[in-house]
Design a binder for this molecule. Structure first.
Ligand code: KG4
Ligand code: ZN
Length: 321
């Protein structure tokens, strides 16, 4: 079964064709990020206008790369939530009209859950194994930080989430405080790699006895540190980035492992933009080996917003109709 996926929740316009919920035949992503960078964050009005310009050519390209014509598509999947309303509407309206035209069902997908589903996708027909369920799933994106228990696709049970800033949002805000530009995650990741924090430490809130997170405190601690020491030298900026990243990675790893222990899961799935973070990937890989846990993190393009994960998860929703 070939599903055409469409994802327009934020600044990426993406369309993909995925076969049987697993094999990526195409996954085209166009980003308007550059148009937002000078404002230090996403401007919803610019994002939705760019979605409108890009959606038709992106879908055309996804179909032609997959070597599919309209008769080869058995369902259309679209991100229904969460996201910027103006951007979502472009994708939803397009998908609805498209599904109507080819006389096939329209499946609405939650894009946060789909971030975890990215771990089940492959371009290679010979990839032997998919992640085993039950699993714990950690979504760390620009807008969400959530922990799920997944016993069976497509059922996700929410265990906890951030009470304030998302992990990616904290990276972006700290980068802004440190004058590092937008988006902050990749810059902090690079800078932290070439520095150590020496004696500087920050600590993200524990939120004891819950699987919830809170990142606004650690962000404010960085702000106060920056104000106190201002102007920071290049080296001090690197040390601050390193110490901040350590605090975020530490709490994400500890809570994810605690959830695996509590719910007796041998599989941990990670997804969302912050899953691209090299320190997080490294820390999880080490813990996985130590604890004999199967840790799955998608290749970097599949960590970010993309339509393949939407089409993939939709396959299980259709089967469950
Ligand atoms: O999942 P995503 O593409 O969009 C949302 O659905 O929000 O995530 C974007 C977020 C941004 O906050 C960005 O700073 C963060 O992912 N990000 C990273 C890295 N690459 C992207 N955060 C930490 N380290 C990275 N390497
Ligand atoms: Zn996302």
């Amino acid at each position: 079964m070939n599903i055409l996926g469409i994802e327009t929740s934020c600044d990426e316009t993406s369309a993909a064709v995925v076969k049987d919920g697993r094999f990526i035949l195409s996954n085209v992503v166009v980003s308007s990020l550059k148009s937002h960078a000078k404002f230090g964050g996403i401007i919803p009005e610019i994002a939705s206008r760019r979605q409108l310009e890009c959606i038709t050519p992106v879908v055309d390209k996804a179909l032609s790369e997959a070597k599919c014509n309209l008769n080869d598509i058995q369902a259309v999947a679209v991100t229904a939530k969460p996201g910027l309303i103006g951007s979502l509407i472009v994708g939803i309206s397009f998908a609805r009209a498209f599904a109507e035209q080819i006389n096939q069902p329209l499946i609405e997908v939650d894009h946060v859950k789909a971030h975890l589903y990215a771990n089940f996708l492959t371009r290679n027909k010979n990839t032997p194994q998919q992640p085993k369920l039950p699993a714990i799933g950690l979504v760390v994106s620009g807008g969400h930080t959530q922990l799920y228990q997944i016993k069976k696709m497509p059922h996700f049970r929410l265990l906890g989430q951030t009470r304030d800033d998302a992990a990616g949002e904290a990276f972006d805000k700290v980068a802004r405080i440190l004058g590092l530009g937008y988006p902050g995650g990749p810059v902090i990741d690079r800078l932290a790699e070439s520095h150590t924090s020496d004696n500087l430490t920050f600590k993200a809130a524990e939120m004891p006895n819950t699987f919830d997170f809170s990142f606004s405190g650690v962000k404010t601690a960085v702000l106060y540190h920056h104000q106190k020491k201002s102007p920071l030298t290049k080296k001090q900026t690197g040390q601050t980035a390193h110490a901040f990243q350590e605090s975020v990675v530490d709490i994400l790893v500890r809570k994810s492992l605690a959830a695996c222990r509590k719910y007796k899961a041998q599989t941990l799935l990670i997804g969302g933009g912050v899953a691209a973070n090299s320190r997080l990937r490294n820390a999880l890989e080490n813990q996985g080996k130590k604890l004999n846990l199967a840790i799955h993190v998608p290749p970097i393009p599949l960590c970010l917003d993309n339509a393949a994960m939407i089409a993939g998860l939709a396959y299980h929703q259709v089967k469950n109709f």
